[in-house]
Design a protein around this ligand. Structure first.
Ligand code: FDA
Length: 392
């Protein structure tokens, strides 16, 4: 029987941060993970370069049933604190766009930094270990694993969400929460491509590979970033962002020419060169293949001079306010994160400890706090892991 002060389930971003902080405080820390390697999601993140935080990180970048829950942790351990840590390890970084910070070389630099700090602080890591039962027979937790029984005064659940199951992601953290009677907000895939079952599916297939700058909106929430047509539907940052807000049956509105009034441009084109074909005029505004598909979908053709204001307005709307109803998402298979999770009403926003189960903590993605795309999800993992690390 191994006895420790702090047992952390999940050697991902949040679990490792919590482990380092607790070990630096002199706690006996053991981190356990069923995967062969620690922090697989960090490794594959940001296209292999890990978008490890965002300079503009603020509570408004997070979705939760309680939008205020994340405030305390984000304030106590900020993006600037994490950046200082990265710089102290001489890891090269750069800002890509919109405050997003990436490693110059490889996401592995972040993993090496975390594992190095953990070892230096005296924390231990046990990989390829399955948890078979979690119990709290007395003041301490008992955890049965494939490598034997463990006892711990504090149990930290940092097992993340079920997105990308092929690299070991599970919903195990929700099972533990329920096992101790804690509420779990229903989960769904987020930051995920949208799919179509109507004629838009074939249209996306024909346009696969085409990308544009776009503003995508759902009921008042909008994101302006890249949009990519794929064989399965729509992807790209603007679509991933809006997927966190979209719900089944509702339309999304896509502005394919943000900041430009396509109707006004087409009217001016009619006045200047009326003999030009409407399709040609559209192709001056958008990638040619996309312009042709839109013209086909909305029945737009003929000379500009023959097009009434009504027709041009219809063409303008097709460009600036294209409405589509997604059939669904690509699901957990490709989702970058999971919306929902352990209900924040069960947890202290200062320490992440469950109010009703002293010694039980939930951190990172397993909690009902989900960031926008752009480094916010890692910042939540660092901040919530740090906060619990001061308390366990
Ligand atoms: P995380 O998932 O990192 O760690 C959980 C750990 O628990 C894993 O090691 C897993 O093996 C382990 N585990 C799960 N079930 C277990 C069980 N039953 N027993 C034992 N261990 C178990 N975010 C961002 O801010 N910037 C970015 O660039 C990206 N890029 C990105 C790309 C891709 C492809 C994905 C899928 C996700 C991202 N993200 C991201 C999101 C980010 O990776 C995610 O929010 C964090 O990794 C969450 O950190 P956690 O520590 O909470 O969970």
């Amino acid at each position: 029987m191994t006895d420790v002060d702090v047992l952390i389930l999940g050697a991902g971003a949040a679990g490792l941060m919590c482990a380092i902080e607790a070990a630096r405080r002199g706690r006996r820390v053991l981190v356990l993970d069923h995967a062969r390697r620690a922090a697989e999601k960090i490794r594959i993140s940001g296209g292999g370069r890990c978008n490890f935080t965002n300079l503009h990180c603020a509570p408004a970048n997070f979705l939760s049933q309680n939008p205020r829950f994340c405030v305390s942790a984000l304030k106590r351990y900020t993006q600037h604190d994490f950046l200082k840590r990265v710089e102290a390890h001489r890891i090269g970084w750069h800002e890509k766009a919109l405050g997003q910070l990436f490693c110059d070389d490889s996401a592995q630099d972040i993993i090496d930094m975390l594992l190095g700090d953990l070892a230096a602080a005296g924390g231990r890591l046990l990989l390829e270990t399955e948890v078979t039962a979690v119990d709290r027979p007395d003041e301490r937790f008992s955890v049965a694993t494939s490598r034997g029984a463990l006892r711990a005064a504090s149990l930290v659940v940092a097992t993340g969400g079920p997105s990308i199951p092929k690299i070991g992601a599970t919903g195990f953290g929700y099972d533990i929460a329920r096992r101790f009677g804690l509420a779990v907000v229903p989960t769904r895939p987020a930051l995920v491509p949208l799919t179509f079952s109507d004629h838009h599916r074939a249209l996306c297939q024909r346009l696969a590979g085409v990308s544009v700058d776009a503003t995508v909106s759902v009921e008042g929430t909008r994101f302006r970033e890249g949009l990519l047509f794929t064989h399965r539907g729509l992807s790209g940052p603007s679509i991933l962002q809006i997927s966190s807000y979209w719900r089944e049956g509702r339309p999304i509105t896509v502005d394919l020419l943000p900041g430009t009034d396509a109707f006004a441009v087409l009217k001016a084109a009619r006045a200047a060169h009326g003999r030009q074909d409407l399709r040609t005029a559209l192709a001056a505004l958008l990638p040619k293949r996309l312009a042709e598909e839109l013209a086909g979908e909305h029945g737009l053709s003929g000379r500009l001079a023959d097009a009434s204001d009504k027709v041009l307005r219809k063409a303008g709307e097709a460009v600036n306010a294209w409405r589509l109803v997604p059939a669904g998402t690509e699901g957990y298979r490709t989702a970058e994160v999971t919306l929902g999770g352990v209900d924040t009403r069960e947890l202290s926003s200062k320490t992440m400890e469950a109010a009703r189960v002293p010694g039980l903590y939930f951190i990172g993605e397993v909690v009902d706090v989900t960031g926008h795309l752009g480094g916010f999800n890692f910042q939540w993992a660092w901040s919530s892991g740090w906060a619990a690390g001061q308390a366990v």
